[in-house]
Design a protein around this ligand. Structure first.
Ligand SMILES: *Cc1c(COP(=O)(O)O)cnc(C)c1O
Length: 428
């Protein structure tokens, strides 16, 4: 495949945009080469500026659960746009999508819409701090909750009590209120609570981690975490920006039957437009302005185009009783195919999967936290990535990313992909 035009476009982009991209994960830093510029997309396929067709396993990093340019969503946006694109005043549509989301997700009474997952998580911890009147939060190494200051804390040793900023620009004052924990390690959490008694406002977690590959929670881990939080008057925040409306209608809360105190959304909830949201029971949500004292706002929050796309997306998910079973079957089929091809070719690997989230790690050992995720062989991953790309299969350009399976994939696409994995595996 040729990437001449993409390469030229990247050179032009880099002159006026830092690194040529508006979000760092789009650059090919971890795998080498230059990013591919997309011209258009439909269903499971991307079409790039050089005329190549790629089967897409990123799907905008999650949102396109039903495929690109999904007609009901596209039509809803077009019709809405004709009637005005932003008012800064309430619309009925906002109540409709809120009511639908509340009906689909367990344990929430009210939801507030924002413009990104970052905003959702940032607002959720402010709300938790305001509600509990405590300052500290706990996050897990390797979990991503957007790029607001409190979350940009290095993945240090699991035992470290105080975080250190890993991005210049995050002050030490901010970093010291973020405590780091090791994913899937309940003893570590208990130690943090013991050392910070009555100071922890919230624990925020990806209930299935998706930003260090796909890492499922160990049996009982979320339940134990729930218990520890309840015992300490600490709010449990599920960051379901990836898992929400993807793993089940009600997300990870439904899948694992665990109730979080605050839930964050993004990605799928916007149907491909910029939407985030956070939700909780009445008592917590009523701490938000204008009812309560915790301030949170947004000029374009609840934007009619974004709400039209999100509402249509949620309606489709809510009315399709077979959707999650189909996604499970397709992803399991892909998983089995990948396992078979890599095993046949004596490649050392681990595959993790929960529903339509899956990741391939080039390491023989179980991958269950950030430390083990970092053990993978990046040279092999690079070859795997570029090999698949040559075959017309696009996975995320980093070994730390999950593949997001879309319902638009056919079994032909999956067979094509498995065959490509077989070809590439021969050369690993
Ligand atoms: C993507 C992501 C975010 C950030 O969402 P943005 O819309 O990129 O700001 C937060 N949390 C998780 C779990 C994510 O995967």
């Amino acid at each position: 495949m040729l990437y001449q035009r993409s390469s030229q476009l990247f050179v032009e982009a880099a002159k006026v945009i830092p690194g040529g991209v508006n979000s760092p994960v789009r650059a090919f830093k971890a795998v080498g080469g230059t990013p591919i510029f997309v011209k258009e997309a439909k269903g499971a396929y991307l079409y790039d500026e050089d005329g190549n067709r790629l089967i897409d396993y990123i799907n905008s990093w999650g949102p396109m659960l039903l495929g690109h340019a999904y007609e009901p969503v596209v039509n809803a946006v077009i019709e809405k746009a004709k009637k005005g694109t932003s008012f800064g005043m309430p619309t009925e549509l906002e109540t409709q999508i809120a009511a639908l989301a509340v009906s689909m997700v367990p344990n929430i009474d009210k939801i507030r819409f924002v413009n990104s997952g970052t905003e959702a998580c940032m607002s959720a911890i402010r709300l938790a701090r305001g509600y509990t009147k405590r300052d500290k939060i706990v996050k897990f190494s390797g979990c991503y909750h957007g790029h607001s200051d409190s979350f940009l804390i290095a993945a240090g040793s699991g035992l470290s009590t105080f975080g250190v900023p890993n991005s210049p620009g995050v002050t030490e004052g901010t970093a010291k209120d973020t405590l780091l924990a090791a994913y899937n390690d309940i003893e570590n959490i208990k130690a943090l609570f013991a050392a910070n008694k009555d100071q922890i406002a919230a624990v925020i977690i990806e209930p299935v981690a998706g930003n260090m590959g796909c890492i499922p929670p160990k049996e009982g881990f979320l339940k134990d975490l729930r218990t520890v939080c309840s015992e300490n008057g600490t709010l449990l925040i599920f960051d379901e920006v990836m898992t929400g409306f993807r793993l089940a209608k009600g997300g990870a809360q439904e899948l694992f039957n665990i109730q979080a105190d605050i839930v964050c959304f993004g990605k799928v909830i916007g149907g491909g437009l910029p939407v985030g949201a956070f939700a909780a029971c009445n008592e917590i949500m009523d701490y938000l302005a204008p009812v309560g004292p915790v301030y949170q706002a947004g000029t374009l929050s609840g934007n009619p185009l974004a709400m039209a796309a999100g509402f249509e997306m949620l309606k489709q998910i809510n009315s399709d009783q077979e959707l999650f079973a189909r996604l499970e079957e397709k992803t399991a089929y892909l998983e089995n195919g990948i396992r078979e091809k890599l095993t046949e070719n004596n490649v050392v690997f681990t595959v993790n999967r929960v529903g339509s989230m899956i990741s391939v790690h080039f390491d023989a050992n179980p991958v269950c936290d950030f430390k083990t995720a970092a053990n993978g062989d990046n040279e092999t991953f690079k070859k795997f990535f570029h090999g698949l790309l040559k075959e017309g299969v696009y996975i995320a350009p980093s070994a730390y990313e999950t593949w997001f399976i879309t319902d638009a994939l056919t079994y032909e696409d999956l067979d094509f992909t498995i065959k490509a994995v077989g070809k590439v595996a021969k050369e690993l």
